[in-house]
Design a protein. Structure first.
Ligand code: SAH
Ligand code: SF4
Ligand code: F3S
Length: 495
C-alpha cells in the first residue's frame, strides 16, 4: 500500500485558519457531557396557532429533510396546519443548505422573490434556518440586506421553534437565535413524516471528520450519538404506525456510538434490523474510514439491511484525497470495495465526487475517472468544488479555470452515465423484490417503488399496492429508471 501522505504537508493554513480549525476539531464531546433531554411543548404554546398555516421550503441533504419533518411536527403541535401555497401561509421557513455556494444563492433569490408577499400580508412571518443560519456572514447579510426576514435560528435551536415564533410575532426586529454548539439531544420531539412507507431516523448529529472543503462540521457541530435504546424505540413506534422501511441518518454513521463508548454502528444495524415487522433498513452516509469488518458482517448477515452502500469517494487521486483530509488513499478505498463485494456479492455502490478541487491536475482527474471505471458505481452525485469561507481549502491557491472544471464534470458524467446504463441493462428480465412507495412523480397513474439495491422501478397497478413488497420482473429500463410487472411469488427466479 502506498505511503500515506499527511494532509498538513500539503495544505498550508494561515495562523488564523489553523487556530479556528484546530479549536473546532478539539472539543469532541465527552459522553458524560452529552445531555439527553425529553422534549415537551410548553402547555401555554398549544393552540396558539390554531387556524394558521405554515410552509417550509427545504434545501440540502436528508438530514435537512428530516429536520423539516421535526419543525412541521412542532408547528402542528402549536396548532398550525401545513400548506404548499405561498399566499395562504402565515409562516414561511427556508430550511437551508450551506454545502455549496449555488445552494446559498438560490435561497437569497427566493427570499427576494417572497418580499412582495409581506406587503400583501403584513402578518406573514418569514424565517431562515438550517445550515446557512449557522454562518456569521449569512446572519449579518440577512440583518443588513434582507431585514424583512423576521426570524433566524440555527441547527442547534430547532427545539426552540415554538418559542421563537411567538417572539417573532411580538417583535418589530428580526429575532436571531443561533447557538454555535450543542451537547444536547432532544428526544420525543413531535414529527410529521411526509411519507407513509419510508421513514428517516436520526442516529447521530454533527461530524468530527473535518474534510478541508466541507462546511458541515461547522454548521452541525460535533458528533453526538443517540442511545441505541431510543433509536430502537423510535423504529418500533414507526412499525406500529405502518412504516415498512427506515433509513438511519448521520453525516458519518460508521462512527455511531464512538462518543457513547459501549455500542458501535454494527450493533445498531443489527438491533434496528431485528425490530419485529421492519421490512427494510438503509443507512447514509458512510465515510470509507472506519468501515470495519464487523460492520460489513452486520450488513451481510442482517436480512432486512439492504444491499446498497453510499460510499462517497470524492476523488481517485491520492494527492487530492490528502489535501481533502479524507484520511484514506485510493488503494485503501479500492481494497474496502473488494472487502465489501466479497462479503455482499450483489451489493450496489453509489458515491459522491468533487471535481476541480484546488490545484487538481489533469492527471488527478484521470485517476478519478479510472477509479470510477474500476468500481462501476450504480450512480454518482458529482459536484464542482465550491469554496466555503472558514474552511481550510478555501485558502488554497486555485489556478484551475472554471471552464476546465466544467469540462471535467461533463467528462465524468459521460463516463458514469455509460456505466449506469450498462448496469441498468443488467437488471433487464430479472425478477426482483420491489417495495412500492407511492405514485410516480411524473405520472400519478403509475406506481413507484424501489429494489433493495435502491433502483427506482415503475409498475402499473392499483394504489392498494402502496406499502407492499413483491416480486417484479424488469421489462424495460433507461439509465435512471426501470419499468416492471408484478409476478406471482412462485415464478420468482432465483437471484
Ligand atoms: N457526510 C457525507 C457528505 C455530506 S455533504 C460524507 O462525508 O460522505 C454531501 C456531498 O457534498 C459530499 O460528499 C461532497 O461530495 C459534496 N461537498 C461537500 N462540500 C463541498 C464543497 N465545498 N464543494 C463541492 N462539493 C461539496
Ligand atoms: Fe463533510 Fe467530511 Fe463530515 Fe462528510 S465526513 S460531513 S464531507 S466533513
Ligand atoms: Fe447541506 Fe447542512 Fe446537509 S450544509 S448537505 S443541509 S448538513
Amino acid at each position: 500500500m502506498e505511503k500515506e501522505i499527511h494532509p498538513k504537508n500539503l495544505v498550508t493554513l494561515s495562523e488564523d485558519e489553523l487556530r479556528t480549525w484546530s479549536q473546532a476539531r478539539r472539543p469532541k464531546i465527552d459522553a458524560n457531557d452529552l445531555v439527553n433531554e425529553k422534549y415537551q411543548l410548553a402547555e401555554e404554546l398549544r393552540h396558539t396557532a390554531d387556524g394558521k398555516k405554515f410552509k417550509i421550503i427545504t434545501y440540502g441533504c436528508q438530514m435537512n429533510e428530516h429536520d423539516t419533518e421535526t419543525m412541521a411536527g412542532l408547528l402542528m403541535a402549536m396548532g398550525y396546519e401545513e400548506t404548499f401555497v405561498d399566499t395562504e401561509a402565515d409562516l414561511i421557513l427556508f430550511n437551508t443548505c450551506a454545502v455549496r455556494e449555488n445552494a446559498e444563492n438560490k435561497v437569497f433569490g427566493e427570499i427576494g422573490r417572497l418580499k412582495p408577499l409581506k406587503h400583501q400580508n403584513p402578518e406573514l412571518l418569514l424565517g431562515l434556518c438550517g445550515c446557512m443560519a449557522q454562518e456569521k456572514v449569512v446572519q449579518e447579510k440577512v440583518l443588513k440586506t434582507y431585514p424583512w426576514i423576521d426570524l433566524v435560528f440555527g441547527t442547534h435551536n430547532i427545539h426552540r421553534l415554538p418559542e421563537l415564533v411567538m417572539q417573532a410575532i411580538h417583535s418589530q426586529d428580526t429575532i436571531l437565535e443561533v447557538w454555535d454548539k450543542s451537547d444536547a439531544i432532544y428526544e420525543h420531539m413531535p414529527k410529521s413524516r411526509k411519507e407513509g412507507v419510508r421513514a428517516w431516523v436520526n442516529i447521530q448529529y454533527g461530524c468530527n471528520k473535518f474534510c478541508t472543503y466541507c462546511i458541515v462540521p461547522y454548521t452541525r457541530g460535533r458528533e453526538r450519538s443517540r442511545t441505541l435504546e431510543s433509536i430502537v424505540d423510535e423504529v418500533k413506534g414507526l412499525v406500529e404506525e405502518g412504516f415498512q422501511e427506515v433509513t438511519v441518518l448521520g453525516q458519518n454513521v460508521n462512527d455511531y456510538g464512538i462518543d457513547i463508548g459501549s455500542v458501535d454502528f454494527a450493533d445498531l444495524l443489527r438491533a434496528v434490523g431485528h425490530v419485529e415487522g421492519i421490512k427494510r433498513v438503509r443507512f447514509t452516509t458512510s465515510n470509507p474510514w472506519n468501515f470495519t469488518d464487523r460492520l460489513i458482517a452486520a450488513i451481510a448477515e442482517t436480512e432486512t439491511v439492504c444491499e446498497h452502500i453510499h460510499l462517497p469517494v470524492q476523488s481517485g487521486s491520492n494527492h487530492v484525497l490528502a489535501k481533502m483530509n479524507r484520511g484514506y488513499t485510493r488503494e485503501f478505498y479500492l481494497q474496502l470495495v473488494n472487502r465489501i463485494r466479497r462479503a455482499i456479492p450483489n451489493v450496489a455502490l453509489t458515491t459522491d465526487i468533487i471535481v476541480g478541487f484546488p490545484e487538481e491536475t489533469e492527471e488527478d482527474f484521470l485517476a478519478t475517472l479510472s477509479l470510477v471505471r474500476e468500481v462501476e458505481y450504480e450512480s454518482a452525485y458529482t459536484f464542482i468544488y465550491s469554496p466555503r469561507a472558514g474552511t481550510p481549502a478555501a485558502r488554497l491557491e486555485d489556478p484551475v479555470e472554471m471552464a476546465v472544471k466544467k469540462d471535467r464534470l461533463q467528462r465524468l458524467a459521460d463516463v458514469q452515465n455509460q456505466i449506469s446504463r450498462r448496469i441498468s441493462d443488467r437488471y433487464l428480465h430479472r425478477t426482483l423484490d420491489v417495495l412500492i412507495e407511492g405514485v410516480s412523480k411524473t405520472n400519478e397513474n403509475i406506481l413507484s417503488g424501489r429494489t433493495r439495491s435502491n433502483k427506482i422501478v415503475l409498475v402499473d397497478g392499483p394504489r392498494s399496492w402502496i406499502g407492499q413488497e413483491f416480486p417484479v420482473e424488469i421489462t424495460n429500463g433507461n439509465t435512471f429508471t426501470l419499468w416492471g410487472q408484478r409476478v406471482e411469488e412462485k415464478s420468482r427466479l432465483a437471484e
